[in-house]
Design a protein around this ligand. Structure first.
Ligand code: ADP
Ligand code: ASP
Ligand code: MG
Length: 415
């Protein structure tokens, strides 16, 4: 007998019929002798609708009230799913974040889970009921509702699986696993049978939204066996697991594009010590996370500095810099230039640790398509390039084909 967590994403609970399917699957899993905890997202489109209502009311809604609204989507599906299970002859109870007690910090709209109490879930299971938990939501120490950031139900599921010691955490979604790139963008993408936590973490961080980043971090930290699979079939999906030696044979495992960054350049900075510290301190104080940073070699005592920030923070970043360091960026910020129309394309693979030449091949493949590379950053297992947004899809296709990812791993040519 096993303890299984099953998480169903927005499309998988997108209609009454689909919720009935979820109920049947949960009951079937229980009938095999398992204890089952179901985590549900809001119906697809619902969270966007709710956030849209808030923005219709006021341009910049209060974050606490945003979470009160945003969390209702999951409240509805939790109750509907419990009803559907009862209607199919099973027993079920819905539980909201505060009822389980998913305790988070107080960062509304992007809260992080601190602890999860297992007792309410265990007492529900003990009665033979399926516990249906509303994903995406938690509660802070003052009893306020919080939410975990977009895509946060994945994190609810993995965190609950870790907290109750589940044997597996199944993530049911609208594709049948993790692919070499977004299969909705590149039809020749291939399903990956097993992927390491580290690779999955990079893919998620670099734009593959199939799992929320934090869920992979928690999975890695607590060794949760994550199985990403389709809610529309019984096919095996992708297992996210610790790194295995065979994985190193595959040099590039996946390609991603993200459109969430903006680029800021500050021209003619004094080429002296302390300037970068003065620029980045106020940004850090404003909780703006800076990603890529490139500083050019100084010329005649001056230099240029370019960096990327989340697109949603770009305007605030400029305001902060103008206010905090006018002596560096110009009183009206005239030394600052920005570009919101960029994209970050990346290739990821643990095999890069032991293979040289991946960067060279990536640059050649982009050059062949006449795509100009604006910024480059690397880590042990990934290479990212900032390019003009309009070329993002072309770049993903070119890299996917160029690295042979539409072929089975064994048939891919060496670099
Ligand atoms: P859910 O609502 O079930 O959480 P999401 O929309 O959050 O589903 O995530 C699934 C989507 O992730 C897929 O429909 C697909 O378009 C996208 N995706 C992006 N990159 C990948 C990838 N490498 N593999 C699989 N899916 C991906
Ligand atoms: N409903 C939330 C969202 O749309 C959480 C999730 O689906 O995982 O972001
Ligand atoms: Mg999701």
């Amino acid at each position: 007998m096993a303890l299984v967590v099953q998480k169903f994403g927005g499309t998988s609970v997108g209609s009454i019929d689909r919720i009935r399917n979820v109920a049947r699957r949960a009951i079937a899993t229980q009938k095999l002798g398992n204890d089952v905890v179901v985590i549900v997202s809001a119906m697809s489109g619902e969270t966007n609708r709710l956030l849209g209502l808030a923005h219709e009311m006021v341009a910049v809604p209060d974050a606490r009230e945003m979470d009160v609204i945003a969390s209702t989507g999951e409240q509805i599906t939790a109750a509907l799913t419990a009803m559907a299970i009862q209607n199919e002859g099973g027993d079920a109870r819905s539980l909201l974040g505060h009822q389980v007690k998913i305790l988070t910090d107080g960062a509304f709209t992007k809260a992080r889970i601190k602890t999860i109490e297992g007792s309410k879930i265990f007492s529900t299971l003990k009665k033979g009921e399926i516990a249906v938990v509303a994903g995406f939501q938690g509660v802070n120490e003052h009893g306020d509702i919080t939410t975990l950031g977009r895509g946060g139900s994945d994190t609810s599921a993995v965190a609950i699986a870790a907290a109750i010691g589940a044997n597996a955490c199944e993530i049911y979604t609208d594709v049948d696993g993790v692919y070499t790139t977004d299969p909705n963008l590149v039809p020749s993408a291939r399903k990956i049978d097993r992927i390491s936590y580290e690779e999955m973490l990079e893919l998620a961080s670099l734009g593959a939204k199939v799992l929320q980043i934090r869920s992979v971090e928690l999975g890695m930290k607590y060794g949760v066996r994550i199985h990403v699979r389709s809610s529309f079939s019984d096919a095996q999906g992708t297992w996210v697991v610790p790194e295995e030696s065979a994985m190193e044979k595959v040099v590039v495992s996946g390609v991603t594009a993200s459109r969430d960054e903006a680029k800021i350049t500050i021209r003619d900075l004094p080429d002296t010590s302390g300037v970068a510290a003065k620029l980045f301190a106020p940004l850090a104080d404003g909780s703006i996370s800076v990603d890529m940073i490139v500083q050019n070699q100084g010329h005649e005592g001056a230099t240029d500095l370019t960096f990327t920030v989340p697109k949603g923070d770009r305007k605030r970043a400029l305001d902060i810099l103008r206010a905090a360091v006018p002596e560096i960026v110009g009183v009206n910020g005239e030394q600052i230039q920005f570009d919101d129309e960029i994209s970050k394309v990346s290739v990821v693979g643990v095999g890069m640790r032991s293979h040289a030449g991946v960067a060279k091949t990536m640059f050649e493949l982009l050059a062949r398509e006449n795509i100009n590379i604006q910024l480059i950053s690397t880590s042990e297992i990934k290479i990212s390039c900032i390019i003009a947004r309009k070329y993002a899809e072309l770049a993903v296709r070119a890299l996917h084909e160029g690295f042979g990812l539409s072929l089975p791993p064994a048939e891919r040519a060496g670099l």
